[in-house]
Design a binder for this molecule. Structure first.
Ligand SMILES: *[C@@H]1O[C@H](CO)[C@@H](O)[C@H](O)[C@H]1NC(C)=O
Ligand SMILES: *[C@@H]1O[C@H](CO)[C@@H](O)[C@H](O)[C@H]1NC(C)=O
Ligand SMILES: *[C@@H]1O[C@H](CO)[C@@H](O)[C@H](O)[C@H]1NC(C)=O
Ligand SMILES: *[C@@H]1O[C@H](CO)[C@@H](O)[C@H](O)[C@H]1NC(C)=O
Ligand SMILES: *[C@@H]1O[C@H](CO)[C@@H](O)[C@H](O)[C@H]1NC(C)=O
Ligand SMILES: *[C@@H]1O[C@H](CO)[C@@H](O)[C@H](O)[C@H]1NC(C)=O
Ligand SMILES: *[C@@H]1O[C@H](CO)[C@@H](O)[C@H](O)[C@H]1NC(C)=O
Ligand SMILES: *[C@@H]1O[C@H](CO)[C@@H](O)[C@H](O)[C@H]1NC(C)=O
Ligand SMILES: *[C@@H]1O[C@H](CO)[C@@H](O)[C@H](O)[C@H]1NC(C)=O
Ligand SMILES: *[C@@H]1O[C@H](CO)[C@@H](O)[C@H](O)[C@H]1NC(C)=O
Ligand SMILES: *[C@@H]1O[C@H](CO)[C@@H](O)[C@H](O)[C@H]1NC(C)=O
Ligand SMILES: *[C@@H]1O[C@H](CO)[C@@H](O)[C@H](O)[C@H]1NC(C)=O
Length: 627
């Protein structure tokens, strides 16, 4: 698994023995309960002394073995599956269609359970040492117990469609398949009437047990008249690891930003290693291991397979980096973002404007191989995230800049000057080269400062010129490349810009249309962009801006020598028009900082530190017309 919990040997021993006790308890309850239930149900029909009641129970088998079914023969029969029960081999998925109301039967035979396991690959880059320790611990646990840990997993691959004559169902999710288990030779066909139920959730079910004999599985399709057609599912048994994976309560995907047809998503950091460590470099050189499926919230049927890899593959309209799907979106590893750690990013296009989407992070097999014979070859699905697209066409999602490499958000654009599908590199180059040029002016100034002298001659003991250069670049990119939002977006932290200017389609805003005061139209802050380049070369028309975070300004002032003359506007005297504040709610981006992503906190803000020293600022010079 990609993120093994890092336990000390002592912790893992405790976990192991706790797990062992729980497992034994569970096995005891599991074995005893259905047995009693079965005895109670069928008791009257089966003579208590008859040890061959398997034969009585199944008429088909008794035709063949009925005559000599005693002693040795009976033992043979016990380990032989009944007619209509198909055997599952290790890590070999079986695929089957199933009709409404039908039940199908499978068995993981004892010789597969006792047979050899598959070979597990090296896995994704990780701290290999700790993983191996944990594995040995688990191996030791296996030997101490009765039976072997086995995993039976199910993925729903297709669902029936709404029975269109029944209007109520046309917008709903089909019911789930049902899975039943029996560990008893006397119930080889578990189903709705007998056997333990295993919950199928979002098209996924897993059953784990320490088994020393055949494990019988029943799969049923519920009776319904609201949906017509078949289900299709994949079922697999493994002694190594679950063939299909579902991490439905683990978030590992985040929404960065969108425009009216595209969205940028990122995974969590894959490692906390430093750039000079091998693990870090291994991740950056890896071909992207994850894929993403996306689906419109209107496609509610997909909720029936939201935890199933093959279900999503068959149902989702949009995909990135999933082999076997025609039009793929872009996925690659990047170290952009807070902390500069490796992560995977997905640029999903072909979305509708003003729409809500689900994003499903998935892994195809073990990321380098999938399907028959691969441990974990059925794929894994993580928790879905929600994201939405913008409405207007004058914000363009931009990333992959060369100087302001941390920029990854929507910026003001003009779709007539920069075509949404082909013009983005030109737009990016315009913003980026402007920022790079301004940085060059700053560099000349910085070269006049005694940076690399002894510490007593330095302008500050706490900060040096490298800190100043870093803070300036952060601030400059955030301030010259504004983060764009829809004009129709009413969030309180958004600042309207360019209100008096014509829309890209030539029409103009009417004061009543937005309840705008004439004063707003006349004010410089709301009737222009913060960067004059935007109004001169792009002319996006009216838009709203997510203001840069004020801690970017405080950090700049603190990190650079006073002789450079940087200052932030004061609270109540322009600060509110130019800078925004971070929200305590990490789900919200109330001000713009580089590396921002929804529900990923930018908590490592410098604001707290900066606020203490802000009182020392006695001069307030607003720099370079940037407000
Ligand atoms: C569906 O209904 C039929 C007829 O009543 C019944 O035999 C069958 O067991 C039902 N199937 C399920 C999965 O409940
Ligand atoms: C995936 O499985 C294949 C075949 O079992 C194996 O060769 C490969 O190393 C595995 N990949 C990873 C990343 O473990
Ligand atoms: C569709 O619904 C109608 C009315 O409820 C019902 O008569 C018909 O049998 C249903 N069709 C299927 C395939 O379930
Ligand atoms: C996620 O689900 C698994 C299995 O249902 C459970 O063991 C685990 O504790 C859950 N994790 C969290 C963070 O809820
Ligand atoms: C990813 O990050 C989120 C937010 O920080 C955290 O809740 C989640 O557990 C992380 N997921 C993994 C797989 O580490
Ligand atoms: C990586 O760099 C850090 C300092 O940046 C240093 O302390 C550490 O020893 C380096 N690690 C390796 C493996 O070179
Ligand atoms: C999605 O559903 C909403 C409300 O049901 C509807 O207004 C909208 O047009 C639908 N969008 C698409 C793309 O189907
Ligand atoms: C976009 O909207 C159209 C029309 O409502 C719909 O058919 C299509 O599936 C939607 N596409 C996506 C990717 O949501
Ligand atoms: C990102 O930019 C580099 C060069 O700056 C370019 O080679 C690459 O194709 C770009 N990638 C995307 C996905 O735009
Ligand atoms: C400033 O410019 C010089 C020469 O172009 C370059 O070597 C230096 O790294 C730059 N300084 C900073 C802080 O970027
Ligand atoms: C200070 O000196 C170091 C090492 O000589 C150099 O790498 C760094 O770029 C210098 N900083 C500036 C701002 O010139
Ligand atoms: C924003 O506010 C205006 C006026 O109150 C309202 O007409 C408009 O529908 C709101 N927009 C959204 C997206 O809520």
């Amino acid at each position: 698994m990609p993120f093994p919990p890092k336990l000390t040997p002592l912790q893992s021993r405790f976990v192991a023995s706790l797990a062992a006790s729980l497992v034994l308890l569970a096995v005891y309850l599991f074995l005893s309960k259905p047995h009693f239930a079965y005895a109670a149900e069928l008791g009257p029909r089966i003579p208590p002394e008859d040890h061959n009641h398997y034969l009585i129970y199944d008429e088909g088998e008794s035709d063949i073995f009925g005559e000599g079914a005693q002693g040795q023969e009976a033992v043979k029969i016990v380990s032989r599956a009944e007619a209509g029960v198909s055997a599952l081999a290790n890590n070999a998925p079986q695929n089957s269609n199933i009709n409404v109301g039908e039940t199908q039967h499978w068995v993981m035979p004892k010789d597969v359970i006792d047979g050899p396991g598959g070979t597990t690959g090296p896995g994704l880059p990780s701290d290999k040492l700790e993983t191996r320790e944990l594995d040995e611990e688990v191996g030791g646990l296996k030997k101490r117990q009765d039976g072997k840990r086995v995993y039976i997993t199910l993925n729903t691959c297709l669902q029936p469609s709404p029975n269109t004559t029944d209007g109520d169902a046309s917008n709903s999710t089909p019911p789930q398949l049902q899975m039943y288990i029996s560990l008893s030779q006397s119930n080889q066909k578990p189903g709705p009437e007998s056997g333990n139920t295993v919950e199928v959730d979002g098209g996924y079910a897993i059953y784990e047990v320490d088994a020393d004999n055949d494990v019988f599985v029943g799969v049923s399709a519920p009776n319904t008249t609201q949906f017509a057609g078949i289900w299709n599912y994949e079922i697999a048994a493994s002694v190594d690891a679950p063939f299909h994976g579902s991490k439905s309560n683990v978030t590992n995907l985040h929404f960065v930003d969108s425009d009216n047809h595209a969205a940028l998503l990122i995974t969590n950091d894959t490692t906390q290693a430093q750039p000079n460590e091998t693990v870090y470099q291994d991740w950056m050189n890896l071909s992207p291991p994850w894929g993403v499926f996306a689906a419109n919230h209107n496609d509610t049927a997909i909720l029936g397979v939201k935890n199933s890899f093959c279900g999503l593959k068959n149902t989702a309209r949009l995909a990135a980096n999933v082999p076997g799907i025609e039009s793929q979106n872009v996925a690659k590893m990047t170290n952009r973002g807070l902390g500069g750690k490796p992560k995977e990013q997905f640029y999903i296009t072909g979305l509708n404007a003003t729409s809500q989407y689900w994003g499903f992070l998935v892994m195809n097999g073990n990321s380098t191989a999938s399907g028959n014979g691969v441990v974990g070859g059925g794929g894994t699905v993580w928790q879905a995230i929600d994201f939405q697209t913008k409405t207007e066409d004058n914000c363009a999602l931009m990333y992959n800049l060369s100087f302001c490499s941390e920029v990854a958000y929507a910026v003001p654009t003009n779709p007539h000057k920069f075509d949404p599908t082909t013009g983005l590199p030109g737009l990016a180059a315009l913003y980026d080269s402007h920022a790079a040029q301004m940085y060059q002016y700053f560099n000349y100034s910085l070269q006049q400062i005694p940076c690399n002298t002894t510490s007593s001659a330095q302008y500050s003991l706490a900060r040096n010129c490298d800190d100043c250069a870093r803070a300036y670049k952060q601030w400059l990119c955030a301030v010259t490349i504004p983060r764009c939002a829809d004009l129709s977006d009413n969030h309180s932290w958004l600042k309207p810009r360019n209100l008096g200017q014509p829309f890209v389609n030539g029409s103009s805003i009417s004061a009543s249309q937005l309840h705008v005061e004439q004063a707003l139209l006349n004010s410089v802050a709301t009737n222009s962009s913060r960067n004059p380049l935007i109004d001169e070369s792009i002319q996006p028309g009216p838009y709203k801006e997510v203001l840069p975070c004020k801690d970017l300004c405080y950090d700049l002032v603190q990190s650079c020598p006073a002789s450079l003359g940087f200052a932030c506007p004061l609270e109540g005297a322009g600060l509110e028009d130019s800078y925004g504040s971070r929200s305590n709610d990490s789900g919200v981006i109330s001000c713009s900082y580089l590396g921002a992503a929804y529900y990923l906190s930018g908590a490592e803000t410098m604001e707290a530190v900066a606020m203490k020293k802000v009182g020392l600022l006695v001069f307030a010079v607003v720099l370079m017309n940037l407000l």
